[in-house]
Design a protein around this ligand. Structure first.
Ligand SMILES: Cc1cc2nc3c(=O)[nH]c(=O)nc-3n(C[C@H](O)[C@H](O)[C@H](O)COP(=O)(O)OP(=O)(O)OC[C@H]3O[C@@H](n4cnc5c(N)ncnc54)[C@H](O)[C@@H]3O)c2cc1C
Length: 511
């Protein structure tokens, strides 16, 4: 197939997944166009620059550097030529309402002192917990996350079934954490990270202890220039391979005939066609808005979704040294706050939240003597069955953050030093990037929605329509999306009889 001419590929969306798939396909010999509704690449990982303040809009935690390195290597590049990475250690400070603080760090001596002061004997628990996380990390990547599943029997194979038990895929994370710690502060400090995946620790599989392991052992990193440097550099690599980026252009419909997707209809009424179409736009949105109505679209609507987030991007005219690069403020009523987000789809009465101050590690993020603050308040996703007044909830979230900053850090004058505010609610995540239900992290990752059970990266009817990104296999978060780009590319090349030099490169993660 395609022996004498370049096959064509059309990618819908220039998020991280779309960019990397486009680059990998172009490298493999495809002629690639990528159509993006926004004026620039990045999707959820976009950037806001205003009055000398630079914000990453979404991801701020650069985890699993080896997965990033594998992407650059596969594209014939060296990560260190593109990214100046700084390790953030302590990774972040967690503050509780009763003034207890924990600075998570890879310095075991410091961890021992901090943990033993809270719960005698708990440092041993941490070491055992990290061993479990180590196993979960390596096993998951090798056997579940870093590979395609073409049949159910491959996923639930004789070899994999015992591993699913070993990975505690059916045990709830918060229940499992009780084997290692008893003090509620520690149980919270080592389980709230599920929120990075938009999950409640009361619902997430215990497998996600791998996140705490990667943070402490592999590190939390920061690319100078912000996470957006990853987007810029990979978009440049894609362009160098000949990918044609078309911005400010929305796909209105994917056109189909029989078992094939024939092309796309754009918002302006024009059409583009290609041999292969890859949808990087959020998968449930693609089924419900871009494809003909189908039972699958309705099934997807019923699945579980991750949380959303109210965001505040604040340019302030002074520096707040009380804040480190990453700061986590946890609510006392830990369980209730998750129930409010994941069951009621609202804002908790006392919200937990995260504050990022990039200028601590990267002075270019703010003008001299000023600060750039990004605040993420997890909230429920959009739900048409209940009343959600996001204007009211946004005001409440802002007020709760300011109160808590005052109480926990002594920052009492922030509102007087605000130069400007940009704020997103779940509606903005929906309207800016077409995220189904405004769920910031896509489809959820409970047992029934991961691996082979997650929506596949190829459409079951239209054999040349593929998916890449957070809501397909393997899931959300930058490293997973990079793996998704590799897996989707592998599948396209395999199914289109393309020479596969991409596959011949040794993956950083053995599969
Ligand atoms: C607030 C927040 C914080 C996060 N923090 C972290 C973190 O610290 N670390 C981490 O690893 N991950 C984090 N994540 C997750 C991570 O950002 C995402 O998993 C990842 O960026 C998703 O990339 P993607 O390629 O799947 O999709 P997206 O970024 O959603 O890209 C899809 C693209 O498709 C475009 N599009 C949609 N519809 C159309 C259409 N009809 N026509 C044309 N274009 C279209 C969109 O505009 C968008 O650019 C965070 C996410 C959020 C929202």
């Amino acid at each position: 197939m395609y022996a004498y001419s370049h096959p064509t590929a059309l990618v819908i969306g220039a998020g991280l997944g779309g960019i990397v798939t486009a680059a990998r396909l172009a490298q493999a010999g495809f002629s690639v166009k990528i159509v993006e509704k926004q004026e620039a690449p990045g999707g959820r990982c976009s950037q806001i620059i205003r009055d000398g303040h630079r914000f990453d809009t979404g991801a701020t935690l650069f985890l699993m550097p080896e997965v990033f390195a594998e992407t650059y290597t596969a594209l014939g590049e060296k990560m260190e030529d593109h990214l100046e990475l700084h390790r953030i250690d302590p990774t972040y400070c967690i503050r509780f309402e009763d003034d207890t603080q924990i600075a998570l760090t890879s310095n075991l001596n410091s961890m021992e002192q901090q943990l033993e002061a809270i719960e005698p004997g708990s440092f041993g628990g941490l070491l055992r917990y990290l061993v479990e996380g180590y196993d979960a990390y390596h096993l998951s990547l090798q056997r579940f996350v870093g590979r395609n599943f073409y049949h159910l029997t491959e996923y639930f194979s004789v070899q994999n079934l015992p591993l699913l038990f070993k990975l505690k895929a059916l045990v709830k994370h918060y229940d499992n954490i009780g084997h290692y710690f008893h003090d509620p502060h520690l149980k919270a400090a080592f389980s709230f990270q599920n929120m990075y995946l938009g999950l409640s620790p009361f619902d997430a599989p215990a497998t996600y202890s791998l996140v705490q392991y990667t943070e402490l052992a592999e590190g939390v990193w920061y690319p100078i220039g912000g996470i957006y440097r990853v987007i810029e550099s990979l978009a440049k690599v894609a362009k160098d391979y000949g990918v044609n980026f078309i911005y400010n252009t929305s796909v209105k419909q994917i056109e189909v005939a029989g078992s094939r997707a024939t092309g796309v209809l754009l918002q302006d009424g024009s059409r583009l066609s290609a041999d292969v179409i890859v949808a990087n736009a959020d998968l449930p949105y693609v089924y419900s808005h871009l494809l003909p109505d189908s039972p699958e679209a309705h099934r997807l609507e019923q699945l579980k979704y991750t949380c959303s987030a109210i965001m505040f991007y604040w340019g302030v005219d002074k520096v707040y040294p009380q804040l480190g690069t990453h700061n986590v403020f946890l609510a006392d009523d830990y369980r209730t706050s998750f129930d409010r987000i994941f069951n009621d789809h609202l804002l908790p009465d006392e919200p937990s939240f995260y504050v990022h101050a990039p200028a601590r590690v990267d002075p270019s993020a703010a003008p001299l003597g000023q600060d750039t603050l990004m605040v993420l308040v997890p909230v429920g996703h959009l739900d048409t069955h209940i009343t959600q007044n996001w204007d009211v909830l946004q005001v409440r979230a802002r007020s709760a953050v300011l109160h808590r900053l005052a109480a926990s850090t002594g920052i009492v004058d922030l509102d007087q030093h605000l130069k400007f505010e940009v704020s997103y609610t779940p509606h903005d995540w929906l309207s800016l990037f077409n995220l189904a239900k405004g769920a910031a992290f896509g489809l959820s990752h409970n047992f029934m929605q991961v691996g082979y059970l997650r929506p596949h990266n190829r459409h079951h009817t239209y054999s040349n329509l593929y998916f890449v990104g957070s809501s397909t296999h393997p899931g959300t978060g930058l490293p997973m999306v990079l793996l998704s780009a590799r897996l989707t590319t592998e599948r396209i090349l395999k199914e289109h009889g393309m020479p596969n030099h991409v596959l011949s490169l040794k993956p950083a993660v053995a599969v």
